[in-house]
Every structure is written in structure tokens, then in C-alpha cells.
Write a protein that binds this ligand. Structure first.
Ligand code: HEC
Length: 219
């Protein structure tokens, strides 16, 4: 194996085994503060994360880093971040080449994130996604994938922890889902699902995504 192949193999393992790399005895939910859809080459973007051990307890005294691979060229980069306070982390991303980058956050386990598109310069038109596509990206980046089975996504990192309902064929009234996502505990007593501090726009996108799923045939 050449050195580059070895590095790529190491990344492949990192990306595929997901939760198996979790710190001893733990798994966590990493929730991105704001998901960048597009960034420009060599333009640093700071991304914040909330990391909850077992979906509940703010993670303390943990390192955070991000690894990214350019899907076309195979170039890999690593970024290190820092803890701001318990459960709150920050990583500065800075991509050296244009293209679609696959990336993963490593903090109390590894958390694959939705691809980031890196544009050659800021003058290029920023791509905007439909609400349902934004919702799909948020479903990964907010950590919903950690607790909910969803066969519409190719995600195999779900740890055996809190088992939320399978959302593959889930649909519900938009007002109900909005209320639920805004504050599960206020919607139902003893809710296990954490309040992920989602914005109105994020909730709208997640509702659009959830309600765009497959519908059971009537027979
Ligand atoms: C730490 C685990 C966890 C995370 C993270 C999580 N959920 Fe949940 N979710 C649950 C559990 C458990 C339930 C079942 C109800 C309960 O006990 O809270 C649930 C219930 C739901 C329901 C069903 C509500 C109903 O009764 O109809 C929806 C929809 C949902 N979650 C969406 C999401 C979305 C979208 C995200 C990401 C923004 C998310 N969940 C993140 C654990 C989680």
C-alpha cells in the first residue's frame, strides 16, 4: 500500500465503523449549531456543536476534531477544535480545494456529517437546497440519526442506546411535529427525546423532510 492508500484506508474505517470508535462505554449525540451548505476554498468557517453523552449529559473534558475527504481527489484534511464549556464545542473548518467533501466529527464517538460543497470562490452562486433536502441534511447533522432508524438514509452508525421510533414511514400533522421538535418535554410527560435547541427554520425543514417520506399503500 502506498502512504496515500493507507491514509485513505484509515479514513474508510473511521467513516464506516462510526460508533464503534466511541470512547469506552459511551455513545453520544452531536448536534451542529448551524449547518453550512456551501463554503468557499480557503475561507475558514467556525462550526459549533453540542455533544450529549447518551443523548442526555453534556460531554466534558473531551477533545473534538474533524476529518474531511474530498470525494473526487481523495485529499484528506484534519481540523482540531476546542471545548467552550461542558457540552459545547467548536471546530474551524478550512478546505484547501473545491469539490464535495465528506466529513466526520470525532468527539465521544465519531459522527458522520452531511457533505459540504466547497466552491472555488465566494463569487460563485451559493446553492440553496429545497426545504425537504435541508431537512434531510439536518436529520444527520442534528444527530436525529443517532436515535431514530430511518431507511431513507444510508446511515449505519446508530448506537444501541435510546431507541426512538423508526421514522422511515413517519408522517404527522405539521403543527404537532413542530411543537414536538421545539420542546419534547413540554409536549409529552416523560419524553426521552432531548430538546435539541432547533431554530424555527430548522424545524420547518425537518417537518418538510419527515412529511416527504414514503406513504403506505392503502391495501
Ligand atoms: C437521544 C435520542 C433522540 C434524538 C437525538 C432524537 N430523538 Fe426523536 N425521539 C426519541 C425518543 C426516545 C422518542 C419517543 C418519544 C419519547 O419518549 O421521547 C422520539 C420521538 C420522535 C418523534 C415522534 C413523535 C410522535 O410521538 O409522533 C419524532 C417525529 C422525532 N422523535 C423526530 C426527531 C428528530 C427530527 C430529531 C432530530 C432533530 C430527533 N427526533 C432526535 C429520541 C431521540
Amino acid at each position: 500500500m502506498t502512504a496515500k492508500r493507507i491514509v485513505l484506508a484509515a479514513f474508510a474505517i473511521l467513516f464506516s465503523i462510526g460508533c464503534l470508535t466511541a470512547s469506552a462505554g459511551g455513545w453520544s449525540v452531536a448536534t451542529i449549531d448551524r449547518l453550512p451548505d456551501t463554503v468557499a476554498v480557503n475561507q475558514p468557517v467556525s462550526v459549533g456543536f453540542t455533544v450529549l453523552a447518551h443523548g442526555r449529559t453534556p460531554v466534558k473534558d473531551e477533545k473534538i476534531s474533524a476529518y474531511a475527504v474530498n470525494r473526487k481527489t481523495g485529499t484528506t484534511v484534519e481540523f482540531t477544535g476546542r471545548q467552550l464549556k461542558a457540552g459545547s464545542f467548536e471546530v474551524e473548518l478550512n478546505f484547501p480545494e473545491a469539490g464535495r467533501w465528506r466529513w466526520v466529527i470525532s468527539c465521544y464517538g465519531s459522527h458522520p456529517m452531511p457533505d459540504i460543497r466547497v466552491e472555488a470562490d465566494t463569487a460563485s452562486e451559493l446553492r440553496t437546497h429545497s426545504a425537504a433536502t435541508r431537512g434531510e441534511r439536518l436529520f444527520i447533522a442534528k444527530g436525529c440519526v443517532r436515535c431514530h432508524q430511518n431507511d431513507r438514509l444510508d446511515y449505519r452508525g446508530r448506537p444501541a442506546g435510546i431507541d426512538g421510533p423508526d421514522l422511515t414511514r413517519y408522517r404527522a400533522d405539521r403543527d404537532f411535529i413542530s411543537r414536538w421538535l421545539k420542546d419534547p418535554a413540554a409536549t409529552r410527560n416523560n419524553a426521552l427525546m432531548p430538546d435539541l435547541d432547533l431554530s424555527e427554520q430548522e424545524i420547518d425543514a425537518l417537518v418538510a423532510y419527515l412529511n416527504s417520506g414514503p406513504v403506505d399503500s392503502p391495501d
